[in-house]
Design a protein around this ligand. Structure first.
Ligand SMILES: [Zn+2]
Length: 58
């Protein structure tokens, strides 16, 4: 089922250096609105932005 949500805003909540120090771990808050729903909804996701992808190495 398609829900018809679309993003109307995006805000950076926090940004910290990743473990290797070359990139960042960024937490985003997304605001979405819908054609059929009265209220906007908020969603959070974490973006790992490191050129070395150190977060995937253990
Ligand atoms: Zn890194």
């Amino acid at each position: 089922m398609g829900h018809g949500w679309h993003t109307v805003g995006k805000e950076e909540l926090s940004r910290r250096p990743c473990s290797c120090g070359k990139g960042f771990i960024i937490v985003w808050e997304i605001e979405e609105e819908s054609d059929w729903h009265a209220h906007n909804r908020f969603d959070k996701y974490t973006e790992y932005a490191c050129p070395d992808k150190c977060y995937s190495k253990k």
